[in-house]
Design a protein around this ligand. Structure first.
Ligand SMILES: [Zn+2]
Length: 215
């Protein structure tokens, strides 16, 4: 948890106390970053553990103000970890777009096009509900005029998805600055999925002598 927070800060995805991270700790408990903490300086002893109702079961610090949002993701999507950031490019696009179009095949790891959840005040049930709806069938969403959220099986993977989302937002922003970005249609997206399954994309494997080539 603490390492994930410091990684997000080192990569510029969280600045100061903005953003929060959580990870499942066993069947019925969740470790969360505390409210008001500078994530780039988070230490393991700063992490708070809550139960699924949000009651603190371990730790000295009050949990993040977006606790209901995090717990909602665990309840509805059976996630292992949740990362919420105010990353610069994701937040900029969240002020303009209704959806981040699928402009690159790596975005399929996020679920394809990334929806933008409608705006509501931070920490409210209204915000949690709109973000949970936006995450239907996906592992990432933007939050209008606020930031971004990702979830995955563990905290390392959730951080990686947040980095990927910020990269995708940057690609889209640069492309949109010089023209109308093309998007991948359904056939192209399906072809990526079958190619990835065939090749085991994203994992290393032993070289076969006499072959070459890589996507
Ligand atoms: Zn926030």
């Amino acid at each position: 948890m603490a390492h994930a927070c410091r990684r997000l800060a080192a990569d510029g995805l969280v600045i100061g106390t903005a953003g929060n991270v959580s990870a499942r700790a066993g069947e019925n408990e969740v470790a969360v970053s505390p409210t008001g903490a500078v994530l780039g300086e988070l230490e393991p002893e700063d992490v708070t553990v809550v139960d699924m109702e949000g009651e603190v079961v371990a730790g000295d610090l009050e949990p993040t103000s977006e606790l209901d949002l995090h717990l909602g993701v665990y309840r509805r999507y059976d996630a292992g970890a949740v990362v919420h950031t105010h990353a610069p490019m994701a937040t900029a696009l969240s002020c303009v777009l209704d959806e981040l179009p699928c402009v690159h095949y790596q975005m399929l790891l996020l679920g394809g096009a990334v929806p933008v959840a409608r705006y509501a005040t931070f920490g409210t049930a209204e915000l949690a509900n709109s973000v949970l709806d936006a995450l239907e069938g996906r592992s990432a969403a933007l939050m209008a005029n606020h930031g971004a959220i990702t979830h995955a099986g563990d905290v390392h993977a959730a951080v990686e998805l947040s980095l990927l989302l910020e990269w995708a937002c940057t690609v889209y922003w640069r492309a949109a600055a010089i023209g109308s970005p093309r998007t991948l249609d359904e056939d192209q997206r399906k072809a990526v999925v079958s190619a990835a399954l065939k090749r085991g994309y994203g994992s290393t494997k032993p070289a076969e002598r006499g072959t070459k080539g890589d996507g």
